[in-house]
Design a protein around this ligand. Structure first.
Ligand code: AQP
Length: 330
């Protein structure tokens, strides 16, 4: 069975972008795959953080992942920092990647922009992400389009390590969805919808009410020529709405565009489709909130299962690179 791994940072409220670009595919990959999913809490530490918020967001993320339909009987769900091999392997990979490679990462440039003192962790986090993936011998990594470059780096680092120190890692492939792979901000359709960017009207939250979803879609920026056609470059706001309805109803954006003449009618149907899509998530989440011991038990079992796989891979990598095996604990 093919192994699948993916993670999400507890860096704020999950968005519709996270859901359409990645999370709903995580649910599908549970069938027919050996699926590992983690809340990558260490990735949430790369900016100015509030420790209480990191703690709360990590639990919140686990609740959301169960609410979208992850089933601990069909996948392994865990918190990244509970498996210490993630940071241990990161060091070996930091000693494999180059400064030039990391400097080329566009997310580092985007997220570091305007910051006076950019943290080292923000620069090196693609190595942590590579470790997240390589530890599990994942052959597929379901991610949104924004992670394509990081996946490419992971592949390059894995290949280099294998060539230099002997066959150690499985070289993974990105599994990037078609429609929904890049959901844009409803108010600023030139930038992606993001959980850590403050854009109250431009971001649809995973747990937004029907009223909030409808209000935001109705206010979404379009254009003034009124011409219904799918053109991401010339008509990014409209294209985003067409993409959303296409992703929610499993059609192509051009097919969706052919069914409308007026932007208002399209917006009504986008809002209705998104409400239908997210309502069950909200309902499941409400039920889970009353059973936090269950959520902690899932994470504890997940950490043990993940550790079993990750420790074997780490031992292989450490041996390949020339580290003496650690003496058995006394
Ligand atoms: N707008 C998006 N459209 C499609 N997919 C998206 N993803 C994120 N935004 C969109 C996908 O969601 C998964 C989890 O994301 P992440 O936590 O690893 O961080 P990110 O990619 O940087 O996403 P955010 O929401 O923008 O988080 P912050 O604000 O922390 O940077 C990934 O598979 C991602 O591709």
């Amino acid at each position: 069975m093919h192994r699948v791994l993916s993670g999400i940072a507890p860096s704020g409220n999950f968005t519709l972008g996270n859901f359409l670009g990645a999370l709903r595919h995580w649910v599908s990959f549970q069938d027919g795959h050996d699926a590992f999913y983690c809340v990558v809490d260490l990735h949430a530490l790369t900016s100015d953080i509030d420790p209480a918020a990191v703690r709360a967001n990590t639990l919140d993320a686990a609740l959301n992942l169960l609410a979208i339909g992850l089933d601990p009987e069909r996948c392994t769900l865990f918190v990244q920092s509970h498996v210490p091999e993630h940071t241990r392997l990161t060091w070996l990979l930091e000693c494999t990647a180059t400064m030039g490679e990391l400097r080329r990462m566009t997310q580092f440039k985007d997220k570091g922009q305007g910051q006076e003192a950019v943290r080292v962790g923000l620069f090196t986090y693609p190595c942590l992400m590579a470790a997240d993936i390589l530890l599990y011998d994942a052959s597929a990594v379901p991610v949104g389009d924004d992670q394509r470059q990081h996946l490419e780096l992971t592949r390059e680092v894995a290949v280099r390590f294998n060539n230099r120190y002997g066959e150690t890692f499985t070289v993974p492939e990105a599994a990037i969805a078609g429609t929904g792979a890049r959901v844009m901000d409803l108010q600023h359709p030139e930038r992606k919808m993001s959980k850590s960017v403050d854009s109250p009207l431009g971001t649809i939250g995973l747990l937004d009410s029907d009223e909030e979803i409808t209000r935001k879609v109705r206010k979404a920026v379009t254009d003034t020529d009124g011409e219904m056609r799918y053109d991401r470059a010339a008509k990014p706001g409209l294209a985003n709405l067409l993409d959303l309805l296409a992703a929610a109803t499993d059609r192509s954006p051009n097919e969706v565009a052919a069914g409308y003449e007026r932007y208002g009618d399209l917006k009504n149907d986008v809002a209705a489709a998104l409400c239908d899509l997210l309502r069950p998530v909200r309902e499941r989440r409400a039920r889970l909130e009353s059973d936090l011991p269950y959520v902690h038990a899932v994470l504890s079992r997940g950490a043990a299962q993940a550790h079993e796989v990750a420790s074997a891979t780490y031992a292989r990598a450490a041996d390949a690179i020339g580290l003496l095996p650690a003496p058995p604990a006394t």
